[in-house]
Design a binder for this molecule. Structure first.
Ligand SMILES: [Zn+2]
Length: 137
């Protein structure tokens, strides 16, 4: 019997991590961390779109790091900005593909399409969070 992570090198751990989903990639193996309380809240609110967006966002981070392994450990602000813009663009595709307004991140709407200002704002917010412990320029 195959177990999660054995064939695709991706593991998902549900626990008490706080906040939105997070991920890391080390030596080609990716782990997605899902906060149980946050997941419970999103399910209770029927906010399945946020779950899909977060999973897509973290999946994009993992694919980016698999493509450029040096990004696994980079704390260069420009690398983090590149990664966050890519990941938020990926989670916005959930909305554009389904043609459902993005009420979680406001990245895409039926009326206006992509909202680059919001995309940059959420990307910079994530980078600021990542850089709390220190980034290089
Ligand atoms: Zn991110």
């Amino acid at each position: 019997m195959e177990r999660a992570g054995e064939k695709n090198d991706v593991s998902v751990i549900v626990g008490n991590f706080g906040g939105a989903m997070q991920s890391k990639t080390e030596n080609g193996k990716s782990t997605v961390f899902v906060d149980a309380g946050s997941l419970r809240g999103l399910l209770a609110a029927n906010n399945y779109l946020a779950i899909a967006q977060q999973a897509t966002h973290e999946g994009d981070h993992n694919l980016t790091r698999l493509g450029s392994p040096r990004l696994e450990t980079s704390n260069r602000r420009s690398d983090l900005e590149f990664a966050e813009r890519s990941a938020y663009r990926a989670n916005g595709y959930i909305n554009s593909a389904l043609r459902i307004d993005d009420n979680n991140y406001k990245l895409w709407s039926r009326q206006f399409g992509w909202a680059p200002t919001y995309l940059e704002w959420v990307a910079q917010r994530s980078v600021a969070d990542d850089c709390k412990t220190g980034c290089t320029p």
